[in-house]
Structures are given as C-alpha cells and as structure tokens.
Design a protein around this ligand. Structure first.
Ligand code: NAD
Ligand code: IPM
Ligand code: MN
Length: 376
C-alpha cells in the first residue's frame, strides 16, 4: 500500500513569509507522520527578490502546475523595494481570482494566555468568523487615471463566474486630473458567499449572520449586496443583521465578542479582519484560508511585516494555525486537531519568557516553532 501523500505548492514569499512558513512546515509534517500521510512540498520562488532579479512576477506555467496540486500554502508577498500592487496583485490576488477562491475565511479566535487588548463582554474569549467575499468589490483591478482630465476605463475582467467587458469614459472639466476605481458586485458571487456564511453559522449552531455593509453612502453596490444577502439568508432559514461597517468597527472595540459569523464584501472584510486580529491577540495568531471549489490557498492574514523581517520577532502561530486549516481542508481532521492542541498546549504551559515577542515573551520565530514541534 502506498502511503497517502498531498502535493502542496509552497510560496514563502517576502519578509517574514519564509520565516513563519519555515517554522510551520515541520509541525505539519510531524502531524502527517502521526496520522499516516506526508506532504510533498513544491517550492516556488515568486516574490520581491525573484522579481527584482528577473522581472518575472508569476509565470502562467507555474500557475498551471499549481493547478494540479492539492493545496497552496503562502507566507506573504510585498516589499518596500517594489511598487505597491505589483506583487500583491500579480501573485496573491491573481491566485485568488485564477482559482476562483471565492471565500476568504478568517477566524478570529482567542487562545489561552494570549493577552487581549479589550476584554470580551461574555467572558468566554473570542470566536468570530469573518467570511469575506474574495473575487469582486473594489478589488477587481478596474480603474484608471486621467490625462488631461479624461480617462477611459476598460472594464475587462475574467472571473470563474463570468467575464466582464465594456468601458466607461469619465471627463473632469477644466483639465482636472484624477483617478477612478470601479467596484463590482454580481448576483452569483454575492449569493455564493452569503450561502457559505449561512452554512458556517449553522455548523456553529447559530441562527444569524451579520453583513458588513454601507448602503447609506454607496447604495448601488452595497444596496445590491443587501438585497441579494436578504434573499439568500431567507432561503437558508438564517436571520440576517445588516450593520454599517463604520458602526461595526465602533461596536467591535467596545464589545469584541458581539458577532458570530460576519459576511463582508472584499474590502470591508479585509479591514474588519485586521481589526478582529488585533482584538483577538495580534496578527501573529490570525489564520486564514482562500477557499474555492477546486484549489484552495492557505495564508495567514498578516503581510510580510518588513518592520520586523529578519529580526526573529515574527510570531509563527498564525502560519502554524493556517497550516491546521489546510490539513482540515484536505480531510485530515485528526492532524489538524493535533496541530491546534500543540499550539494550545504550548501557550498554556510555556514559561512567559518562552512565548513569542508579540505576547511579551522572548521566543524567536524558530524557537516558538521548535517548542510547538516538541509537543507533536
Ligand atoms: P503587515 O501585516 O505586514 O504588518 C502590520 C503590522 O503587524 C506590522 O507592525 C508587523 O510587524 C505586524 N505583524 C504582522 N505579522 C506579524 C507576526 N507574524 N508577528 C508579529 N507581528 C506581526 O501589514 P503592512 O505593514 O500593511 O504590509 C507589509 C507588506 O505586506 C506590504 O507590502 C503589503 O502589501 C504586504 N501584505 C501582504 C499580505 C499577504 O501576502 N497576504 C497581507 C497583508 C499585507
Ligand atoms: C490581505 C492583504 C491583501 C488584501 C493585499 C496584500 C492585497 O491585505 O490578504 O489581507 O487586501 O486582500
Ligand atoms: Mn489585509
């Protein structure tokens, strides 16, 4: 009998990306050893160094190769030496869109001994799930800058659900220069992510989802969202609360454990998930997954953190817990549980000085990884 093996494309990326994935990989491998499977990593070099050396961002041949694998595991991309957007859009967003990873799942959970900046009201810690739409909104990449006050914006975009075409022309009077960025929402894309959020809420034993919206200021796009969400939630027998995203942020800092499942359009979901990461102990403990019907990608929600890259101060827990999400998605529930238990056990029992810097300790990225590995 051949042992079970999963092919995983590993894109360590930039800054702390390689550091945190380096700490996570041996822990995931150890979980596999205990549960009778192995992970076959294929490493891809894409990121700032590769781009600066070769001019290449992400070749189509590599994307095609990745399509044959079981999962993608990504550290972070982005580097101060490269103009913002080139790597982020060219690698990260390209992969999310290409593989139609329409749900960005971002659990905000508190862990033992992880200091919370604001105490939850119910006293049971934090356990909120952000279900972020991951293919549309102001992330479409549709926009343009004017020359001489005029811009013609090409609406061309390819998505799993449709292709979009057409153009819009805008003209400022008096040669005023400016820029346009177009947000898009389509009925099937909103519906499928709301449906996903409803199922996640039901699995958690909840009867309500909360939509982060803003139809008071942006009635076309977010009014449309609210209509489709109301229809889909009703179809799923779920109650729906609609909360303006500004008020949601306000409520969250006063009552961090107010919400169960939050469904959010792409940009609000990005912002609210960083806020919830802060409320649940830090970006260094916030795991994430880009889920699609074919190939899913697993990435902590933090970025490349150039301010601490190379110092050993990056907290690897987010990457390790992201790895647990990946094992769970691959169907290896037992292995995922082992990883989570090793993290929890480490947090419960380590002397304060052996906790990550983010939690006031002195354990380097590698050291924290070793201590968790030792518990596998
Ligand atoms: P960031 O998430 O990299 O950092 C924000 C703050 O959180 C920084 O102070 C950083 O030191 C801290 N932080 C992040 N991860 C940490 C960890 N594991 N342990 C301890 N502290 C941690 O966000 P940013 O500063 O806005 O972005 C930096 C670069 O990363 C940019 O190029 C950005 O475009 C990119 N980025 C990439 C991703 C991704 O690849 N998924 C996500 C977000 C940002
Ligand atoms: C994230 C990041 C990305 C996003 C950036 C780097 C494009 O902030 O994964 O949260 O906005 O989705
Ligand atoms: Mn973000």
């Amino acid at each position: 009998m051949t042992a079970k093996e999963y092919a995983v494309a590993r894109l360590s990326g930039d800054g702390i990306g390689p550091e945190v994935l380096g700490a996570a990989a041996p822990i995931l491998e150890a979980a596999g050893e205990r549960e009778g499977f192995s992970l076959r990593w294929t490493d891809y070099p894409f990121g700032a160094a590769h781009y600066l050396r070769t001019g290449e961002v992400l070749p189509p041949s590599a994307v095609e190769e990745m399509g044959a694998m079981d999962a993608l595991f990504l550290g972070a991309v982005g580097d101060p030496r490269v103009k913002p957007g080139i790597l982020e859009r060219g690698i990260l967003l390209h992969l999310r869109f290409h593989f139609d990873q329409y749900v960005n799942l971002r659990p905000a959970k508190s862990y033992p001994r992880v200091p919370l900046p604001i105490q939850p009201k119910k006293g049971a810690g934090l356990d909120t799930l952000v279900v972020r739409e991951n293919t549309e909104d102001f992330y479409m990449g549709i926009g343009g800058c004017t020359t001489g006050g005029t811009a013609s914006v090409d609406l061309a975009a390819e998505r799993g659900l449709y292709s979009l075409e057409g153009s819009l022309e805008g003209r400022f009077s008096n040669g005023v220069e400016g820029a346009f960025q177009i947000g898009v929402a389509s009925e099937p894309a909103v519906r499928r992510v709301v449906a996903w959020g409803c199922r996640a809420a039901r699995d958690r034993g909840e009867e309500r989802i909360t939509l982060a919206s803003k139809s008071n200021a942006l009635p076309q796009i977010y009014g449309f969202w609210e209509e489709v969400a109301a229809h889909e939630a009703a179809r799923q027998g779920m109650a729906l609360s609609v909360v303006n995203v500004d008020a949601m942020c306000y409520h969250l800092v006063r009552t961090p454990d107010l919400y169960g499942v939050i469904v959010a359009p792409n940009m609000f979901g990005d912002i609210v998930s960083d806020l919830l990461a802060g409320l649940s102990g830090g970006l260094g403990v916030a795991a994430g997954a880009d889920i699609g019907d074919s190939l899913s990608m697993f990435e902590p929600i933090h970025g490349s953190a150039p301010d601490i890259a190379g110092t050993g101060r990056a907290n690897p827990l987010a990457a390790i817990l992201t790895g647990a999400l990946m094992l769970d998605h691959l169907g290896e529930k037992g292995a995922a549980r082992r990883v989570e238990e090793a993290v929890t056990g480490y947090l419960q029992s380590a002397p304060s000085s052996s906790l990550p810097f983010e939690f006031g300790g002195e354990a380097s990225t590698a050291k924290a990884g070793e201590l968790i590995l030792g518990r596998m």
